[in-house]
Design a protein around this ligand. Structure first.
Ligand code: CU
Length: 107
């Protein structure tokens, strides 16, 4: 919270934390729905897209994704449903930087 105030003070827009995950053990839309209900409701997540074998999460502005909570949610889901979902890869996605407008060559 303090950090957010400082960032706003300096006029820096607080950015969201975006991650793309590769998930092993998913094979159908049932898996997709289970992971969705286990992960998408976690606090601090603004956008949650789950596909078979992957998911993309975006935090609320100025917050970071709680990776431990996400892993824990999957672990609990595995235990409850005897599944074996596992995050094989987590890649931080850089926010699209504002593209400097390139002037088209008018000839
Ligand atoms: Cu399935």
């Amino acid at each position: 919270m303090k950090l957010l105030v400082i960032l706003s003070f300096f006029g820096i827009t607080a950015m969201a934390d975006t991650y793309q995950y590769t998930i092993e053990g998913m094979s159908c839309s049932g898996c997709k729905n289970m992971i969705k209900s286990a992960v998408c409701g976690l606090p601090g997540i603004k956008s949650c897209e789950v596909e078979i074998g992957s998911m993309k999460l975006i935090s609320e502005d100025g917050k970071t994704l709680d990776q431990a909570a996400i892993t824990k949610a999957l672990d609990e889901l595995n235990k409850k449903n005897k599944e074996d979902y596992k995050i094989a890869k987590a890649t931080k996605v850089d926010e699209a930087k504002p593209t400097t407008a390139k002037h088209a060559d008018h000839k």
